[in-house]
Design a protein around this ligand. Structure first.
Ligand SMILES: Cc1cc2nc3c(=O)[nH]c(=O)nc-3n(C[C@H](O)[C@H](O)[C@H](O)COP(=O)(O)OP(=O)(O)OC[C@H]3O[C@@H](n4cnc5c(N)ncnc54)[C@H](O)[C@@H]3O)c2cc1C
Length: 385
């Protein structure tokens, strides 16, 4: 049985689950605690895809498909609360009809609401909204969602090792043979042999590739989120305009999570949370829910998107959220190394399917993916063997 080593404990959980179901021997290496990267710290929006409807219909459609699948296979990680898109001014209204048409094209159920009905559903909405539409967005528990995948992977035999950092990639005659691992709990370094390695380190993916002098066309794009109390809405509230900054409010338990900003960074380990971004999130989101301007900030933090760099588009809010699996045998002459970058937490299962389809193709196995229909183990199973 081929041994596949996954580096990265975020969407790496979904990859481990799929690999284990298809009969591979699996090891996951994570340098910190599981989900300590973007996967455990994102906004918590299970996208319907409507956010991308105006500029990336393919990503919008993929989000809707995966939204339905995750609701079915991980119901305990999702609050089935829906989302509202609200137009605030005439500039937003210019996009309204196209938004409705594109949602339909992407297969996203979208219900047009008059402003009176929208405000009776969500009374904290600004009284000056011009239009609203309801879509199947949902609140997800970012950490629980990912841990459902890790629990299922471990139940099927995957060996999951937090606090285990990949510090070197080993290759012989142009083919990967293993990973040099620093065990931060035992303060020891060892070699983990591997038939293939999957680089699933998200914003750190460029650093892993650089261990073999490979250049990856990606950059970390951080964003700031702000948590305020209390929870003001039942539904997720989005601004109806081309995706930008400060235009999403996700209700999460008793809090309202505002976000997000976007900039391009060089090093995911050096990202901070700029104070002016916190103020900006409150000011922009208060245009949709005016009461936010009066509420106390509970916490503010940032996380980084692993974005594919585009030669033609420098605005990180406009770069596609599509994911890509890079086979370094084709791209760089290194056999046995795949990198997966881009995507969303909402599409982690689909990203894993793409990766494992590639692993199967390279190892000559013809085993179909079963993750669409396999209900995940509860995240608690990860801790109770
Ligand atoms: C501000 C913001 C808001 C977002 N909101 C949403 C949202 O609401 N909904 C949604 O669907 N998506 C959202 N996303 C996108 C989503 O968070 C990411 O697409 C996804 O979490 C990326 O997962 P990943 O596994 O690729 O990266 P990560 O989760 O960052 O995982 C990479 C892991 O690799 C580990 N690692 C790095 N180097 C090494 C090494 N040498 N050895 C071992 N391990 C290593 C890191 O510690 C990390 O845990 C948001 C992103 C941002 C930035």
């Amino acid at each position: 049985m081929e041994k596949i080593v996954i580096i990265g404990g975020g969407i790496g959980g979904a990859i481990a689950h799929d690999l284990a179901l298809r009969g591979f021997s699996v090891v996951v290496l994570e340098k910190g605690e599981l989900c300590c990267g973007s996967t455990g710290r994102h906004h918590g929006l299970l996208h319907s895809g409507a956010r991308y409807a105006l500029h990336d219909v393919a990503t919008a459609a993929e989000c809707m498909t995966e939204n339905r699948i995750l609701r079915a296979i991980a119901p305990q990680a999702v609050e089935q609360n829906d989302g509202l898109f609200v137009a605030l001014n005439d500039a937003d209204m210019v996009h309204y009809r196209q938004f409705i048409i594109n949602c339909e094209d992407a297969g996203i159920p979208c219900r047009e609401l008059n402003t009176v009905d929208a405000r009776s559903m969500e009374p904290e909405l600004s009284p000056t909204i011009k239009a609203a539409a309801q879509v199947p967005d949902a609140t997800m528990d970012a950490w629980r969602m990912a841990m459902h995948f890790f629990a299922s992977a471990r139940a099927n035999g995957a060996d999951i090792r937090p606090f285990s950092e990949a510090v070197g990639l080993l290759a012989n005659n142009g083919a990967i043979t293993g990973v040099e691992v620093r065990d931060h709990q035992r303060h020891a370094t060892y070699v983990e042999k591997a038939d293939m390695v999957v680089n699933a380190t998200g914003p750190w993916a460029g650093k892993i590739a650089a261990l073999l002098d490979i250049h990856l066309p990606m950059k970390p794009s951080p964003g700031v989120m702000v948590s305020m109390q209390p929870r003001l809405t039942g539904m997720v509230i989005n601004r109806l305009h081309p995706a930008g900054e400060g235009d999403i409010i996700v209700p999460q338990r008793n809090q309202s999570i505002l976000g997000t900003s976007a900039w391009i960074a060089d090093d995911p380990d050096a990202v901070r949370t700029p104070a002016n971004h916190v103020r900006q999130m409150i000011d922009l989101c208060a245009q949709m829910l005016p009461q936010l301007a009066q509420l106390p900030v509970v916490a503010a933090w940032s996380a980084s998107r692993p974005l594919l760099v585009s030669a033609t588009e420098e605005d990180p809010t406009k770069i596609s959220r599509a994911s890509q699996v890079i086979d370094h045998a084709l791209a760089d002459g290194v056999e046995g190394l795949l990198s997966v970058i881009g995507g969303k937490a909402t599409t982690m299962r689909a990203m894993a399917e793409k990766v494992v389809d590639r692993v199967c193709a390279k190892t000559g196995r013809q085993i179909p993916c079963a993750t669409k229909h396999t209900v995940l183990k509860h995240y608690r199973r990860f801790f109770r063997r």
